[in-house]
Design a protein around this ligand. Sequence first.
Ligand code: PMP
Length: 425
Amino acid sequence: TRADITYFGAGPAALPTDVLETAAQALLDYNGTGLGIAEHSHRSELATNIINEAKADLANYLDIPAADYDVIFMQAGGTGEFAASVYNLVGAWVARQHAEVLKEPWDGANEDAVVAALRHRIQRDLKLDYIVTGGWSLKAYQEAVRLLGPEYVNLAADARTNNDGKFGKIPDPSTWKLSKDAALVYYCDNETVDGVEFPEFPSVLAPREDGSGPIVVADMSSNILSRRVPVSNYSLLFFGAQKNLGCTGVTVAVLKKSFLPPTTTQPSPALLRKLGLPIPPIMLQYETIAKNNSLYNTLSIFDVYIAGLVLKKLLKTFPDKVDGQQAVAEKKASIIYAALEAYPDVYHIVPDKSVRSRMNICFRVTKNGNVDETEKAFLKEATSLGLTGLKGHRSVGGIRASNYNSIPLEGAEKLARFIDAFAKA
Ligand code: PMP
């Protein structure tokens, strides 16, 4: 039964049982309305309330400065955000260039000249920087190349270089080849497949004292809500719900308001066409979704509702909000890593110690030399004890214990005891 297992899957993750019990009832009959939450109109007042409360609770829990940031619910997953970040921030870059070109006195009114000037600037200056530290930032980089073409996308750092072609380290930021005034600098805060997490915000990307600085985008799909985030350092951060926030189906983007109207307005499709730049699908255009409070089209209110319940539970459990959850996450991760470190002949922790993820603990079971067989035995025994979902990602193999927020301390302790017992046996 549910009570017998601790599920360490990488996502979707387990949800708190009391949240699911409340949601199960709401699916049948939401608040005595006779209609389930998935049946109510997304245009109803109750749907709007669910959206607004989830936004406010998220902002409260993470201390998102509400005056400067908008929270929007999107629907195309983390993968959709790989594309959305490109479209919207290239659009914002073009809008800035456009404003500058129009300021030039010579022939701002001549449309063809404006287009020619913009084309020139695009060819000369448009760059998107990617810091690739694992499978997901690699996918984001590849999506940017696919949408724009390689000439505009700069692989500013690749963690596989000087590391046997493998992920597991974060190249020293002093070696990152950052472009001047890039349309964005992208990184993935926690690499779910490779178990690599940025220990802290990379200081080379920090804003300068006057507030200017690189336009930083981060994928926080697999570690959001588990530690404090210096939100003001980012222009955009995004995350799918299905690890620490809720269930699959809704993706959150936290966007600096200066990238939205009235400060920034996306270029028209006609202009983008003339410039040879891709036109974003309307579903991926932040200004459209933000203007409609995430209800441009039919949003799954059920998914937002679940996220809202999770946030309320977090706020109730931790009076000091994300700091409280951060302390628990660190404790759980250190218990599991300590159990592994106690047997260096049996377990090999995959990433470098300096970048070990608190959320996705990746290791190999090297005892006996026959890694495949030993790992099979490890997984089989673990499953028989109710420790499930431990198989590593198909692209890298090995074992991965995903230590998301819904894993209780006792679950982490139980896994640590098993790691110990398996090594001794
Ligand atoms: N980024 C990260 C860090 C992820 O872990 C994942 C999925 N596991 C994604 C992006 C892709 O998310 P989705 O499957 O929602 O598109």
